[in-house]
Write a protein that binds this ligand. Structure first.
Ligand SMILES: Nc1ncnc2c1ncn2[C@@H]1O[C@H](COP(=O)(O)OP(=O)(O)OP(=O)(O)O)[C@@H](O)[C@H]1O
Ligand SMILES: [Mg+2]
Length: 443
C-alpha cells in the first residue's frame, strides 16, 4: 500500500506523478531534467524512431523531455505524436501506422506512462504498481456516456500495459479540490475550475478540515461538469487565423474545368495537435501532392507538405503556445514560426485572440452555468472559486469567474501540479480508509 500507490495525472499536454509521505499530507512530486532545468511536468508527447541495435532494426520511443530532446536533435526521420489523450473516445481511430507498424493509441500512451512510472520509481526508490489516476469529467470527443466509458477503459488498458497492476480513476477537478483543501483552515463550498490542454473540468464540492475529520460523504460533492474545450481548442484558433493562410487555407485549385477551394479538412486536422501528429500517412501525403499539382498557389501547399512531412508539429505547438502565453500578460504578442523554408511572422492582439475564441468561452461559461443550475446552487452560496490548469492563465477565462463571483472570491495556484498533488492525497486517504475499514464515498 501507501508508498507504492502514487497519484498520476496523465494530461493532454503535461503529466505529473506524485506520492504522499504518510498522513502528514506532505506530497513529493517526481522531478525531471529538461534543457538543464528541473521541472515537475512531463510533456505528454512521444517521439518514435527506427534505430539499429545489435544488427537489428527496432522501433524505439522517448517521451517527455527525452522525447523533445531526441526529436530536436534527430538525424533520421522520426514521428512525433502529441495530445494523445484526445483520441481515447474515438472508435474510428484505434491505431495508427508508424514506420509500417500498426500501433494502438493505448500502446502509444502506455509508452509515455511507462517512462513516467520508471522515472518515479528511480526517484522514489520503490516499485510502483498501483495508481490513483485522474480522468476528465468528460473525455474529449465523448458524445455519449458509452463513449466516455470506452475512453476510460482504453486509458485503463494503457496504464496496465505500462506496468500499473491496479488503477483507480477519479475526476481531475475532484483531485484538484483535495489539493486546495490541504491549504484550508476552514470549511468552504468551492467551485473548482481546471483548464488544461484538452478539457475544462469543474467540481462543486464542500471541503475543509471538519469534513476531512468527520469523513467525506457523497453529499459533499454537489456535482461535476466538463467539456472538451481548453488550451488545444484555443491553439486551433491561432493556427486558423495566423498559420493556415500561409499554408494555402482559403486558396483555390483547378480541377478539370472548374476552380475549387483546396480541401478544408486538411486544415481542420492541422488545427488539432492530435490530428496533425497523424497526418503524415501515405494516402494523405499523396493527396497533398496531387492538390499541389492543381493548386493556384502551389508554394503554399508545398510549405504545408514540408510541415507535415518534417514533423514540425512540436515546433508549431511551441510557437503557438509562446504567443498565447505572452497574450496572457500583454495586449500584443509577436508570432514567429521559422523552420527551413517556412517563415511566418505575425502580430497577435489579445482583443483579436479573444474574439477568435469567443465561441469556446461561451461554451465554457455554459458548462459552469449548467453545473450550478443542476446542483441548484446560487453563485452567492459559493465561498471560493479555485482556478487551476495551464489554460486558467488566459485572462478571458478568468473573467468568466470574476464576473460571476467577484475577484475577491477567486483563488489560483499550482496550475500544473494541483491535480497530481490531490491524487497523491487521495491515494493516501484510500489506503488509510482501507486500513481503518472506514468507508470513503467516491464522488
Ligand atoms: N501562460 C499561459 N497562458 C495561456 N495558456 C497557457 C499558459 N501556460 C500554459 N498554457 C496552456 O495550458 C495548457 C496545458 O495545461 P495543463 O498542463 O494544465 O493541461 P493538461 O493537464 O495537460 O491537460 P488536460 O487536463 O486537459 O488533460 C496548454 O494548452 C498550454 O498551451
Ligand atoms: Mg490537466
Amino acid at each position: 500500500m501507501s508508498s507504492h500507490t502514487v497519484g498520476v495525472d496523465f494530461g493532454t499536454t503535461n503529466s505529473s506523478i506524485a506520492r504522499c509521505m504518510g498522513r502528514s499530507g506532505a506530497v513529493e512530486l517526481a522531478r525531471f531534467r529538461q534543457f538543464g532545468e528541473i521541472t515537475e511536468s512531463w510533456r505528454s508527447l512521444l517521439y518514435l524512431e527506427h534505430i539499429r541495435e545489435h544488427g537489428k532494426i527496432r522501433l524505439a520511443s522517448w517521451s517527455g523531455p527525452e522525447g523533445i530532446e531526441r526529436y530536436l536533435s534527430r538525424e533520421a526521420p522520426g514521428r512525433l505524436v502529441q495530445s494523445l489523450k484526445s483520441f481515447l473516445s474515438s472508435r474510428t481511430l484505434q491505431s495508427t501506422e508508424i514506420f509500417g507498424r500498426r500501433l494502438k493509441i493505448e500502446d502509444l500512451i502506455a509508452r509515455i506512462l511507462g517512462d513516467l512510472r520508471e522515472q518515479a520509481e528511480r526517484q522514489f526508490g520503490v516499485p510502483i504498481t498501483s495508481a490513483v489516476a485522474g480522468r476528465p469529467v468528460r473525455f474529449v470527443g465523448a458524445e455519449t456516456d458509452a463513449d466516455d466509458l470506452y475512453a476510460e477503459a482504453r486509458l485503463r488498458a494503457a496504464f496496465q500495459l505500462a506496468g500499473f497492476e491496479t488503477v483507480e480513476f477519479v475526476p481531475e477537478p475532484v483531485a484538484a479540490a483535495h489539493y486546495y483543501e490541504s491549504t484550508l483552515e476552514r470549511d468552504e463550498l468551492i467551485l473548482i475550475g481546471d483548464f488544461g490542454g484538452g478539457t475544462s473540468d469543474f467540481s462543486l464540492i464542500r471541503v475543509g478540515p471538519t469534513i476531512r475529520r468527520r469523513g467525506r460523504t457523497s453529499e459533499d460533492l454537489l456535482g461535476n461538469a466538463g467539456i472538451g474545450i481548453a488550451g488545444d481548442a484555443f491553439d486551433a484558433r491561432i493556427v486558423r487565423h495566423l498559420v493556415s493562410p500561409h499554408l494555402g487555407a482559403g486558396t483555390t485549385m483547378r480541377s478539370v474545368d472548374k476552380i475549387l477551394p483546396v480541401p478544408g479538412w486538411v486544415y481542420a486536422k492541422l488545427e488539432r495537435w492530435h490530428h496533425l501528429s497523424l497526418l503524415k500517412a501515405k494516402d494523405t501525403m499523396d493527396l497533398l501532392r496531387s492538390v499541389k499539382g492543381q493548386a493556384l498557389e502551389p508554394a503554399k501547399i508545398e510549405t504545408l507538405i514540408q510541415l507535415v512531412n518534417e514533423d514540425l508539429g512540436y515546433r508549431l505547438h511551441q510557437a503557438v503556445q509562446k504567443t498565447k502565453s505572452q497574450l496572457s500578460i500583454a495586449a500584443v504578442a509577436p508570432f514567429r514560426f521559422s523552420d527551413g523554408a517556412i517563415e511566418i511572422n505575425a502580430v497577435a492582439q489579445r482583443s483579436c485572440f479573444e474574439s477568435w475564441i469567443a465561441e469556446e468561452l461561451a461554451a465554457i461559461e455554459g458548462c459552469v452555468d449548467s453545473l450550478l443550475g443542476n446542483a441548484n446552487v446560487d453563485s452567492a452560496a459559493v465561498n471560493m472559486v479555485f482556478l487551476t490548469g495551464g489554460t486558467s492563465f488566459v485572462p478571458a477565462v478568468r473573467r468568466i469567474f470574476e464576473r460571476r463571483f467577484g475577484a475577491d472570491r477567486i483563488r489560483a495556484g499550482s496550475e500544473f501540479t494541483s491535480v497530481a498533488r490531490g491524487l497523491a492525497l487521495m491515494a493516501i486517504d484510500r489506503s488509510a480508509a482501507s486500513c481503518e475499514s472506514s468507508t470513503f464515498h467516491r464522488g
